[in-house]
Design a protein around this ligand. Structure first.
Ligand code: ACO
Length: 430
């Protein structure tokens, strides 16, 4: 069957362009030769409507609020919640693992959960109160100094080895960052514990008292990490792909992903949401003032945790997280007043024409912080938690690009709007 064509009419010329279809309803016009053959660019600042790759990992229908990992709807990861490591393996290797594959991967994670002493010693030279995302990005980048054998990965086994080091150590780095910020001794990982329980143990045990991990909390953490595990070509994943397209190694590429995620318009929004809810709780501002400030175009304030480039409907992750909050608080027989404030804000926003017309709904960051808070995770670690969850997605996307022989260095163009040719003026003449 021949490839469908679109036609571009410009300067009395007709230019045929191939139209590709995805496995769902998406279609994309191929403009790759447009500049070389006709000297015309496409203009798409912020790449809001440009498919930069073909991908088999994650599917989103933003209009309908659909999100699927390797074809599986996100809702199916809710209850019973599978293990985050199982989902990580699936994202990276393309299908659900069998028991042997999963056990082998788990063993690799346990084997590599300690930090190299050189890396651990870095904590002594960093300020104790350094931003956790700065530490995480630096430490992931520094892993390249200690695992040079993975600067080139050649097959599935070396990807599994490099991924296991990353996924396992990132959790140790995160917990050590938290401990150091409080001046507490590091608690070493326990190879007998599952991924999430082990993380909570490193965060909250003390040398003479083991932290008891409540099953509800372990489950909730598993769910939070799974819900963050991939989200196709978002800002941080695109950063990973851009860096990786220059054939930079996996550590350097994932470190770039952490840096992008840190921004308040992306993963850093979960911290901003919490600051907003806390300021309302402390009486600093009222919910209706936040809504009005977010609508005011002269005010840079945004309703954090609301709006999304792709979702023009309720973010399915937010829907699951909202339900999980109710479930966890009911099980723990506790309440968090911030949850009621969040619900009120949501209700007000969804009844307001400004938000309705622009199709602004809660995104993943709106309710995730409340759940993390219930686990005892401090606000300054929220974006780090997002990064732990997103790491398998970054690895999967890096691997997909790396294995595609058609991958070229990502190098967009620009529409130059600066000076025409201009004479250099020597300083004494200026
Ligand atoms: N509060 C108030 N107004 C908003 C918000 C918001 N949270 N989000 C979007 N808008 C408005 C914009 O001002 C714009 O209005 P206009 O058409 O009158 O100019 C319109 O809605 C469209 O918004 P854009 O900024 O053009 O949308 P874009 O796709 O570029 O940005 C983003 C998406 C960054 C997520 C934006 O909605 C936002 O800033 N949200 C708050 C930050 C946030 O929660 N980020 C996390 C996103 S999820 C994630 O990355 C994990």
């Amino acid at each position: 069957m021949s490839t469908p064509q679109a036609k571009l009419f410009i300067d009395h010329k007709e230019i045929p362009l191939s139209v590709y279809s995805g496995t769902q309803d998406d279609r994309a016009i191929d403009i790759t030769k447009l500049y070389d053959e006709h000297h015309i660019m496409t203009y798409d600042p912020s790449l809001g409507n440009t498919a930069i790759c073909r991908s088999e990992i994650t599917y989103i229908d933003g209009g309908k609020g659909i999100l699927r990992y390797r074809g599986i709807p996100l809702e199916q990861f809710d209850r019973p919640t599978p293990n985050f490591i199982e989902v990580a393996w699936m994202l990276i290797f393309g299908r659900l693992p069998n028991k042997t594959e999963l056990d082998e991967f788990r063993s690799l994670l346990s084997e590599h959960e300690l930090l190299h002493e050189g890396l651990r010693n870095q904590f002594q030279v960093l300020p104790a109160k350094a931003p956790p995302m700065a530490i995480l990005s630096a430490m992931i980048s520094m892993m390249a100094c200690y695992y040079e054998e993975f600067l080139t990965v050649v097959d599935d086994q070396s990807i599994a080895e490099a991924s296991a080091r990353l996924i396992s150590k990132v959790r140790t780095i995160a917990a050590f960052t938290h401990r150091r910020s409080l001046g507490l001794p590091f608690i070493y990982p326990d190879p007998g514990m599952r991924y999430c329980a082990n993380f909570l143990h490193m965060m909250f045990s003390i040398p003479y008292r083991q932290f008891t991990v409540e099953p509800e909390i372990e489950d909730a953490l598993n769910l939070v990490l799974i819900l963050h595990a991939d989200h196709e070509q978002n800002c941080s994943t695109s950063a990973v792909r851009v860096v990786g397209s220059a054939q930079a190694n996996l550590f350097a590429s994932c470190s770039a992903g952490v840096s992008a995620l840190w921004g308040p318009l992306h993963g850093g929004a979960n911290v901003k949401v919490m600051e907003m809810l806390e300021s309302i709780y402390r009486g600093g501002r009222k919910p209706e003032d936040c809504i009005e400030a977010a609508k005011d175009k002269t005010n840079p304030f945004r309703l954090f945790g609301f709006g999304h480039r792709v979702y023009k409907n309720y973010d399915p992750r937010a829907k699951i997280l909202k339900k999980a909050c109710d479930r966890v608080f009911a099980k723990l027989k506790t309440q968090d007043p911030l949850l009621n404030i969040a619900r009120e804000l949501e209700e007000r926003a969804l009844a307001d024409d400004y938000f309705v017309e622009r199709k602004l709904y809660p995104n993943v960051d709106f309710y995730s912080g409340i759940l993390l808070r219930a686990m005892g995770i401090p606000t300054d670690m929220f974006t780090v938690m997002f990064a732990i969850g997103r790491l398998p997605g970054w690895i999967a996307q890096w691997k997909e690009a790396h294995e595609n022989p058609g991958t070229r260095i990502i190098r967009p163009r620009q529409l130059y709007v600066g000076n025409p040719e201009t004479r250099y003026v020597p300083i004494e003449e200026r």
